[in-house]
Design a protein around this ligand. Structure first.
Ligand code: S3P
Length: 430
């Protein structure tokens, strides 16, 4: 595949503190809302990962002026109607969030556009978004009866819909809300389980209105937004790798600063506490989303069962939770997580196959995996499968293997965490 990395066990505990990079979900949304708002949006702690840069390039392609400065990103929004028909295809790279949320925006724009992405995006299901967008009255199609990229969209005037999500997905919910904001009437989305609510929070932050009643979210069409200042919290999904590393490497104590603590994202904290992790959270006052500092120490862990409505709150953390479970005594069962099969890779297969190569006692099930611990891990040749979170899981595992791990495809980590290895090394050296 790509770059080979040889990773060796750490000789001492991990010590020190780091500021994990900005939240990926919030960074995408800040660019999107800033692009359709009126006035300047200033984004602090924007994630400079490849996925969020794909969002930047797509909106630039539609005529939005976006400046990437030393310590901030500024977006010169001129309202929904200022978005221009792109003269080239919109390339979303590896990013499912860019692809799906942007479709919701494009559905209401009176022009033609085509979306493509990389090989992974080409395999990910898009019907879950194209189906509801068609109900709004937009003309949208793609390969495989509208299920895969390349996707072609001719947006236009939309009529509000009421829609029950067949899968608990924040990306699908967000695409519907973004189309609903441009439709005539009140759009309603029903969630089977609560998913991340960054889109709803951002509607409010940009001066719009959105309501939640139980599991129904409602937006009225015709809303105009005002540019604003966004402080992006640290990404708990990136912090997860160091929370795990600190818990499993002997003699460690690590503090992660300014991590986003939105309750729709904190499933990993609940799971680690239930497994017996030594963890301290100090909440910090903030005007935007909840944030705090998290400290974790080496811990004696026990296996647990993870399933039901906690799954959407930790879906991206399951690869590294599986690694954590290899170091817990007893059995960990992860269920109701079939969505893992349609992430950047099939993450059930990827995690099970790669952790097995390191000596883990792990098996795949239809909707998750079963891990028996505690096992000592050994070195092997492994691959990221081109998936950033699998790559980082392997890098964390290598901290405790008795011989080196050779990781192929480590460059995938740049998707969400370009400074991952330097942050990891700083904890080894302090
Ligand atoms: C995301 C939602 C989740 C998550 C993805 C980011 C978002 O996907 O896995 O990494 O920003 O809305 P689904 O909505 O498909 O579950």
């Amino acid at each position: 595949m790509g770059t080979k990395h040889t990773l060796t066990r750490t000789q001492q505990g991990l010590r020190g503190e780091i500021h994990v990079p900005g939240d990926k979900s919030i960074s995408h949304r800040a660019i999107m809302f800033g692009s359709v708002a009126e006035g300047t949006t200033t984004i602090h702690n924007f994630l400079m990962g490849e996925d969020c840069l794909s969002t930047v390039s797509c909106f630039r392609e539609m005529g939005v002026e976006i400046d990437i400065g030393e310590d901030r990103v500024t977006v010169q929004g001129k309202g929904w109607d200022a978005l221009k028909e792109p003269s080239r295809v919109l390339d979303t790279g590896n990013s499912g969030t860019t692809t799906r949320l942007m479709m919701g925006i494009l559905a209401g724009r009176p022009f033609h556009s085509v979306i493509i992405g990389d090989e992974s995006i080409a395999k990910r299901p898009m019907k879950r978004v194209t189906d509801p967008l068609k109900l709004f009255g937009t003309a949208i199609d793609g390969r495989g009866e509208g299920n895969f990229t390349p996707l072609s969209i001719r947006g236009g005037s939309l009529k509000a819909i009421s829609y029950e999500l067949p899968v608990a997905s924040a990306q699908v919910k967000s695409a519907i809300l973004l189309a609903g904001l441009q439709a005539s009437g009140m759009t309603e989305v029903v969630e089977p389980e609560r998913t991340r609510d960054h889109t709803e929070q951002m509607i409010l932050q940009f001066g719009g209105k959105v309501e939640r009643q139980g599991d129904v979210i409602k937006v009225r069409g015709g809303q105009q937004f005002k540019g604003t200042e966004v402080f992006v919290p640290g990404d708990i999904s990136s912090a997860a790798f160091f929370l795990t590393a600190a818990a499993i490497v002997p003699e460690s104590r690590v503090t992660l600063r300014n991590v986003g603590l939105n309750v729709t994202r904190t499933g990993i904290i609940e799971v680690m506490k239930a497994m017996g992790a030594k963890m301290k959270i100090e909440e910090i006052e903030s005007t935007g989303e909840r944030i705090g500092n998290i400290t974790v120490e080496t811990s004696d862990l026990s296996g647990i069962e993870i399933g039901g409505n906690i799954i959407p709150t930790l879906i991206d953390e399951i690869p590294v939770i599986a690694l954590l479970a290899t170091q817990a005594s007893g059995t960990t069962v992860i269920k109701n997580a079939e969505e893992l099969k349609v992430k950047e890779t099939n993450r059930i297969d990827a995690v099970v196959q790669e952790l097995k190569k390191l000596g883990a006692d792990i098996e795949a099930t239809e909707d998750g995996m079963i891990i028996h611990g505690k096992t000592s891990l050994h070195g092997a040749e492994v691959t990221s499968w081109g998936d950033h979170r699998i790559g980082m899981t392997m890098a964390v595992a290598s901290l405790i293997t008795d011989s080196p791990v050779h990781l192929d495809g480590a460059e995938a980590i740049n998707i969400s965490y370009p400074d991952f290895f330097s942050d990891l090394n700083s904890l080894k050296e302090s």
